[in-house]
Design a protein around this ligand. Structure first.
Ligand code: AMP
Length: 502
């Protein structure tokens, strides 16, 4: 992490006020993270910032702390916010608001949150009284603007957070429209984890002579994360059975489980619930009240597993998560880093566990390149596919369905807090998912390249048929050149050892 002399700075040296410093001490932070050390002095100077940083790096405090000091002078007028923070998701907006409350506890700043799915009434009342900080998702802000309930001509500081997510979610036209309503003379702080061309274009358009700050993709959190990859079949029911076997072998306190697609979030959450796990889904199609309720129950420890998409899980700041599970290998290597950033925070140990199907070789190769290390993949020891045994996958034998660790006499699996009732049957649809998978080695299949792509999609779950493959950004074109052959063969194809990256 120490890539800049500023990294060794202390909070006292950054130019923050005593009120903010007191709040930082109360929050228990010992020293600024690299992005905080590098950004805060420049934000206080009034410079624009172009920050290349992902969640988990402390980027929220890198703009909220200096903003509190800048906004401490002056007063907001009715309906004319003095600063605007645009975020892609409601959860991220709520977390930024929480940050302002924590760090601004010795200041008297007013704040409003304009997020979709919540009633307009209280939001309007707040705006009418005047707010220093307005945190909004683009759609809801435009709603308010069009109804004439808000004027943006007094905005002195604009923050665009997670611009790449805005792009993924189709918000860029809204963002451009909103920025068109703002004064041209303003300070702009622009953050994104990745910079595909469209995000670069926006940055060029919105920023004036910005201070560019890049913090390493691997957050410090990632260094305390133990990565484990397990090979499994790509067929729905088998994959879920394998997943349950893994869950049974881990001592999970609380965990996020990531799926690549929204519909799979529901399917997996329902399946796990049927099998007696304490679980809830989280995705953008849920009503805001349901999302808030789910998050609160998860934070309070009433739910052990939260199954989410990248978008819904983005920015979730839940401390001390013991595990992150990737039910699906993410399409973008950066998303792997985002996902696992939810565990192993603040120096705590965390486990990141990923299920890898033969179709994922290319994505895993990209993750290896990004992490700069090889990722061996192991088989789930003792797990026998329900197909191979004639079992329907609905009632995995728990003694078989455990990895090596759980079968050690004092293994974590024996101490699992998540003992659960006998597993009920999977629905019929699961049982019929796909035909039996050939059992030849992964590498052999990968070498048959002529019709590989079509065979792959044919062999993949029925759910992916007819769906366009998720669009890739420029940086992933490179990935397309490598299909895990020869020198580029990922380590998991040739080795069978489990690693710990302590
Ligand atoms: P963010 O990248 O803004 O989502 O922040 C990630 C997590 O790091 C949050 O839980 C913050 O509370 C925490 N955090 C932010 N700054 C610091 C710091 N200087 N020291 C320790 N933890 C921090």
């Amino acid at each position: 992490m120490s890539e800049n002399p500023a990294d060794s700075a202390t909070f006292d040296a950054l130019g923050l006020s005593s009120n903010v410093l007191k709040a930082v001490v109360d929050a228990g932070y010992q020293k600024p993270t690299p992005i905080q050390a590098q950004a805060i002095p420049f934000v206080l100077m009034g410079r624009d910032i172009l920050g290349s940083a992902q969640t988990g790096t402390g980027k929220t405090a890198s703009f909220t702390l200096p903003m509190i000091d800048i906004l401490a002078q002056g007063r907001a007028r009715a309906r004319m916010p003095r600063s605007l923070i645009l975020t892609p998701t409601r959860e991220l907006a709520a977390q930024i608001a929480e940050n302002f409350q924590i760090y601004g506890k010795y200041n008297k700043l007013t704040m409003a949150l304009l997020i979709g799915g919540e009633s307009f009434g209280p939001q309007i009342e707040k705006l009418d009284r005047g707010v220093d900080v307005l945190i909004a998702t683009p759609g809801r802000l435009i709603d308010h603007f069009e109804r004439g309930r808000i004027l943006l001509t007094d905005v002195k500081i604009l923050v665009i957070d997670e611009a790449d997510r805005m792009l993924d979610m189709g918000f860029i036209p809204d963002v451009e429209r909103i920025v068109g309503f703002l004064p041209r003379i303003r300070q702009t702080l622009f953050f994104s984890a990745t910079f595909p061309p469209e995000v670069k274009r926006l940055a060029d358009k919105f920023l004036m002579n910005p201070k560019e700050i890049t913090v390493s993709r691997m957050s410090s959190a990632a260094e305390t994360v133990e990565h484990s990859f397990f090979r499994c079949s790509g067929r729905d029911a088998e994959k879920r059975a394998a997943f349950r076997a893994l869950l049974g072998s881990e001592d999970v306190k609380n965990a996020l489980v990531f799926c690549n697609r929204k519909r799979d979030v529901d399917v997996l959450a329902k399946s796990l619930r049927r099998h007696g796990f304490s679980v809830a889904p989280l995705h953008g199609d849920m009503a805001q009240s349901a999302r808030t309720e789910t998050l609160e129950a998860f934070k309070a420890g009433k739910i052990t597993y939260l199954v989410a998409t990248d978008v819904a899980g983005r920015g979730l700041d839940i401390q001390g998560m013991s595990h992150v599970f990737n039910f699906d290998v993410p399409f973008h290597a950066e998303d792997y880093v985002h996902r696992i950033g939810r565990t192993g925070r603040a120096g705590a140990k965390g486990r990141a566990i990923t299920l890898a199907t033969p179709d994922d070789a290319k994505f895993i190769a990209a993750i290896e390149r990004l992490l700069g290390k090889t990722i061996p993949i192991t088989t789930i020891e003792g797990f026998v596919s329900p197909q191979a045994t004639g079992d329907d996958g609905a009632r995995p034998d728990r003694s078989r369905g455990r990895s090596r660790k759980s079968r050690e006499p004092s293994g974590r699996g024996e101490r699992s807090r998540n003992d659960r009732p006998a597993a009920p049957a999977e629905p019929a649809a699961d049982e019929n998912a796909g035909v039996a998978q050939p059992r030849e080695p992964v590498a052999a299949r990968e070498h048959d390249d002529s019709d590989q792509k079509s065979r792959r999609s044919g062999g993949r779950d029925s759910r992916s048929r007819g769906k366009p493959r998720r669009e890739r950004q420029d940086d992933s074109r490179e990935e397309d050149k490598v299909v895990a052959f020869g020198d580029h063969m990922p380590a998991f194809l040739s080795r069978e050892v489990r690693i710990r990256n302590d």
